[in-house]
Design a protein around this ligand. Structure first.
Ligand SMILES: [Fe+2]
Ligand SMILES: [Fe+2]
Length: 194
């Protein structure tokens, strides 16, 4: 399929708040850089990047309402923390509003919020780009992840999940099972490679 990246940018500029739009552009270009580095399709990576937060602008109630309307399943953790649903709803909009049929792109959008075990290359690229794009505020460990993403994808994923879980624990936030499972999985991958 042929994608018009300018058209997708234009669409996101209309639905997202300015700072969220700048973030999405940052994710798009970081996805492109990582795709170049790791030999992945540069256009597909950018489509995932620019569209990944297509459903980010909604309130919790609105996210729940829209997911119900489109018969998107809602887990208990998602009911407690509806912002997690913007991945699933974003993928739904990527398909229904922006014409993306590619399952690899849609899956990457779904899982960008939590990560998961056995991520595809695009899932890894998007998950990391979301975390490290240039407009993200500097936090401990970010510099290291920005380097690792270009040299060792799995170690970068492991380190990101590790830091994310620590952050969520420090805020006493409920942690999505998928994120904990992803962490355990990548811990195993890293230890096996050592
Ligand atoms: Fe997001
Ligand atoms: Fe994002």
């Amino acid at each position: 399929m042929k994608y018009d990246l300018l058209e997708l940018q234009d669409a996101m500029r209309k639905v997202l708040k300015p700072n969220r739009y700048v973030h999405s552009l940052g994710v798009q270009y970081t996805c492109a850089s990582l795709a170049m580095c790791h030999g992945y399709d540069v256009v597909k990576a950018q489509v995932a990047g620019i569209l990944h937060d297509a459903a980010k602008g909604y309130s919790d109630d609105e996210l729940l309402r829209r997911c119900k309307k489109h018969e998107i399943s809602i887990s208990n953790v998602e009911r407690e923390q509806p912002y997690l649903l913007h991945g699933k709803l974003g993928a739904y909009y990527a398909k229904s509003k922006y014409g993306v049929e590619d399952e690899e792109i849609l899956q990457a959008i779904i899982f960008h919020t939590t990560g998961k075990p056995e991520m595809t290359e695009l899932e890894k690229i998007l998950f990391l780009s979301d975390y490290m794009e240039p407009s993200r505020k500097m936090i401990p460990g970010l510099e290291e992840i920005r380097k690792l993403a270009f040299t060792n994808l799995d170690l970068a994923i492991y380190t990101t999940l590790h830091n994310t879980l620590n952050y969520l624990k420090s805020k006493a936030q409920t942690i999505d099972n998928t994120t904990s499972e992803a962490y355990e999985y990548y811990k195993g991958v890293i230890n096996n490679k050592r």
